[in-house]
Ligand binder design. Structure first.
Ligand code: NAD
Ligand code: DAU
Length: 352
């Protein structure tokens, strides 16, 4: 009997990773999904309680910067593929502490590449998929879009670390023939996002009647993508993408930060039954992020034409669903903000 396809997903306890793990475990009962995550502050196994007992799912607590552990993991599982999402992901943290971004995003990625190279024989039937960001392309003016041919111009420690790991993944393809794909995606939003990122932070502050800190003049522009649409794009790129290729993934959904926050405030007023305009009064313009990129926008023509992928959830619907999810899951939010979620691994996986 043929071996059950076994896929390593790194960073599967994080925001996007947990949506991807759920999709893969439910959609492919014939696969075995191994979720490797170090459970940093951003890793939360409470994102995955609905699938944690599935027979085709295993969680492994581990750190991609631990070379010995990664070599043992590859030896134990004989992975057919890797979908690599584990990273330090928050730009503001990269400005205050760049080093952990270098260690995890660059060194950790090379350690995974080395483990794949050492254990994958002639590479036939294997795939190493690196999940990356549109921030590697730098910042746009008022017009234009990032395509797969846009020159790299990363400008924050976070984006420089992701650009570096993209280059290393490509270098392993060109130098050693490792079968790889890369995707570069725009800003994700939706359930289970850590409330340091713009939308869940604002939702939590509105809920608690706290100030809504908008950086600088609020005219910075991001292209927002519903997180489950990103997970489905990753599934398609993993299964149908061409070896060695890059795919840009975006929502075709640009918002200036201040307009997005205004829209969110209005949705929250409706959902909380507050008089119109109540939440907007909480908006406070604060000191700008150093080196803040002005505008990101993705041209997702290639993935649409070649793989037939398009986002399914439109902006207004996605924003309302997001706000409603956090309001319906205040216990999740409170366990994250209090730190209680960090005890879940010991309780569930290391019972005394
Ligand atoms: P996240 O911060 O929510 O999750 C990252 C996960 O990686 C966490 O579970 C964390 O515990 C884990 N991790 C961190 N360091 C690790 C290590 N050394 N070893 C093992 N696990 C480790 O991030 P996210 O927003 O879900 O992003 C996932 C990936 O997608 C990242 O690579 C990010 O660069 C990329 N990306 C994110 C976005 C976005 O909008 N959030 C957009 C495009 C690309
Ligand atoms: O573009 C993809 C990237 O999107 C991912 O690679 C990153 O992992 C992800 O964190 C995200 O980066 P951003 O810096 O764009 O996301 P963030 O939610 O931190 O900020 C979105 C915008 O909102 C940005 O212009 C900064 C601004 N902002 C953010 C926060 C947290 C504020 O104005 N106030 C805030 O409090």
């Amino acid at each position: 009997m043929a071996k059950q396809p076994t896929i390593l997903i790194t960073g599967g306890a994080g925001f996007i990773g947990s949506h991807l793990v759920r999709l893969m475990v439910n959609k492919y009962p014939g696969y075995h999904i191994v979720n490797l995550d170090a459970l940093t502050y951003a890793g939360n196994l409470e994102n995955l309680t609905d699938i944690e007992a599935a027979p085709n799912y295993t969680f492994v607590k581990g750190d991609i910067t631990d070379a010995q552990q990664m070599q043992s993991l590859f030896a134990e599982w004989s992975f057919d593929g890797v979908i690599h999402l584990a990273a330090e992901s928050h730009v503001d943290r990269s400005i205050s502490n760049p080093m952990s971004f270098i260690e995890t995003n660059i060194v950790g990625t090379v350690i995974l590449l080395n483990a794949a190279r050492a254990h994958w024989g002639d590479f036939s039937g294997k795939r190493f998929y690196h999940v990356s960001t549109d921030e590697v392309y730098g910042s746009l003016g008022e017009t234009g879009f990032f395509t797969e041919d846009t020159a790299y111009d990363p400008r924050s420690p976070y984006s420089a670390s992701k650009a570096s790991s993209d280059h290393l993944v490509r270098a392993y393809h060109h130098t050693y023939g490792l079968p790889i794909v890369i995707s570069n995606c725009s800003n994700n939003y939706g359930p289970y996002q850590f409330p340091e990122k713009l939308l869940p932070l604002m939702i939590n502050n509105i809920r608690n009647n706290k100030p809504l800190p908008v950086y600088g003049d609020g005219q910075y522009t991001r292209d927002w993508l519903w997180v489950e649409d990103h997970a489905s794009a990753i599934d398609q790129v993993y299964h149908q993408g061409q070896d060695g290729q890059t795919y840009n993934i975006g929502g075709n959904n640009e918002w200036k930060n201040i307009d997005l926050v205004h829209q969110l405030c209005d949705v929250m007023d409706q959902l909380l039954g507050r008089p119109d305009g109540t939440s907007r009064e909480l908006i406070t313009f604060v000191k700008d992020r150093p080196g803040h990129d002005r505008r990101y926008a993705i041209d997702a023509t290639k993935i649409k034409n070649e793989l037939g992928w398009e986002p399914a959830v439109q902006a207004e619907e996605g924003l309302r669903k997001t706000a409603a999810w956090y309001l319906a899951n205040t216990e999740w939010l409170e366990r994250v903000t209090s730190g209680a979620y960090q005890a879940y691994y010991d309780k569930q996986y290391q019972p005394q």
